[in-house]
Design a protein around this ligand. Structure first.
Ligand SMILES: Cc1cc2nc3c(=O)[nH]c(=O)nc-3n(C[C@H](O)[C@H](O)[C@H](O)COP(=O)(O)OP(=O)(O)OC[C@H]3O[C@@H](n4cnc5c(N)ncnc54)[C@H](O)[C@@H]3O)c2cc1C
Length: 327
């Protein structure tokens, strides 16, 4: 019998496992994939957001700012690549300027440090390859970049060294609670545990349904990327966002911690949760979008493309709770 079973070995499941490994507990992580970080954690922008974007008062705003402050130490402890490179949200017209003013105020309410609105000249002196029609930007010095999959692997290794067990290639089919014990039926047999953590990412709604928790749905939203050669990795040193729209944060151009440059992602709602194909239209869209911000992006410098799938909850905020039926 385990004290805690965690379903999912993405960045959330491995972070929780590492934290639990500080205590005298018998912990298991159950992961359907053959390796750590094979879900959304594998293919994303790798940005440690400063925290001005999430709506004030939400869990997302609270934990974004807290998490951003914690990242540097965690990455240092685990020897994972991390860089506080800062980020810019570009404005190209008056409407954008109004929006970044709003983000600035929201950032202050959320508790983001070192945030300022800068003018065109300052933008171009910081980043000479930005398009000349920029009119200003929100500059967040605390924005950072990280290698998300390396971090998840390091968290898992550290948890494992501290005694946490990992069951890989093990899919959870059914979960139920009888008296004080959770029974978890998996492709490798039954597991029993006193507590259960649902960190199944895109599939967290399915696990929640098995337990009869308050219903929510996870909407899969595809994001495609182009990764550029290290030869052009220095075109920008900060993460370059555009002013967000109701469809999301828009296309960004950013260096990676490994010295490459990436452009993406777009945002396409899908029916399937596991379709990681890329499309010609999608790649054209992100290249067009990236070129709105940065001049001189040359498709010949692209070394690969990939897709990640966002887990967008219909409640629009992080879901961190104990389902009422389980209390
Ligand atoms: C395009 C894109 C861009 C993004 N950019 C950023 C960014 O810049 N910064 C940022 O902070 N976040 C970003 N995100 C979001 C970030 O990637 C996710 O919030 C994060 O990776 C979620 O981690 P997770 O552990 O919850 O989920 P996942 O990494 O998906 O892990 C869940 C795990 O559960 C496993 N699982 C599911 N069902 C079962 C089952 N039945 N049995 C066993 N195992 C199961 C899966 O195999 C998976 O490994 C982005 C996401 C995408 C897709």
């Amino acid at each position: 019998m385990y004290d805690v079973a965690v379903i999912g070995a993405g960045i959330i499941g491995t972070s929780i496992a590492r934290e639990l490994s500080r205590y005298d507990l018998k912990v298991v992580v159950i992961e359907k994939s053959s390796d750590i970080a094979n879900g959304s954690t594998k293919a994303n922008s790798g940005i440690v957001h400063a925290g001005y974007d999430a709506k004030e008062g939400t869990l997302k705003a609270k934990f974004n700012v807290l998490g951003s402050e914690m990242y540097e130490d965690i990455c240092r402890e685990l020897d994972v690549p991390y860089k506080r490179n800062g980020s810019l949200v570009l404005a190209f017209n008056d409407e954008d300027l109004k929006h970044i003013e709003m983000l600035y105020k929201r950032g202050l309410i959320n508790g983001v440090r070192e945030l300022e609105v800068i003018d065109k000249n300052k933008v171009l002196s910081l980043e000479p390859n930005i398009q000349r029609n920029v009119v200003g930007a929100l500059y967040a010095k605390t924005g950072a970049i990280v290698s998300p999959f390396e971090l998840a692997i390091a968290l898992a290794e550290n948890a494992n060294q501290n005694g946490v067990e990992f069951m890989l290639s093990t899919k959870v089919f059914r979960v139920y609670k009888d008296k004080e014990v959770f029974t978890i039926e998996t492709s490798k047999g039954k597991v029993e545990s006193r507590y259960l953590v649902n960190a199944a990412g895109l599939f967290a709604d399915d696990i929640n349904d098995m337990l009869g928790g308050e219903r929510f749905r996870i909407i899969p939203r595809r994001g495609e990327y182009c990764l550029f050669d290290k030869l052009v990795g220095g075109m920008v040193t900060r993460t370059i966002f555009q002013t967000p729209t109701n469809k999301g944060k828009g296309i960004l151009v950013s260096p990676t911690v490994h010295g490459n440059l990436f452009v993406g992602p777009n945002a396409v709602e899908m029916d399937k949760k596991d379709d990681v194909s890329t499309t010609k239209e999608g790649l054209e869209e992100i290249l067009r979008g990236g070129s709105r911000s940065v001049k001189g992006l040359n498709p010949r410098d692209i070394i690969t493309s990939f897709t990640g799938i966002r887990a967008t909850p219909d409640k629009r905020d992080f879901i961190i709770n104990i389902p009422t039926k389980m209390q």
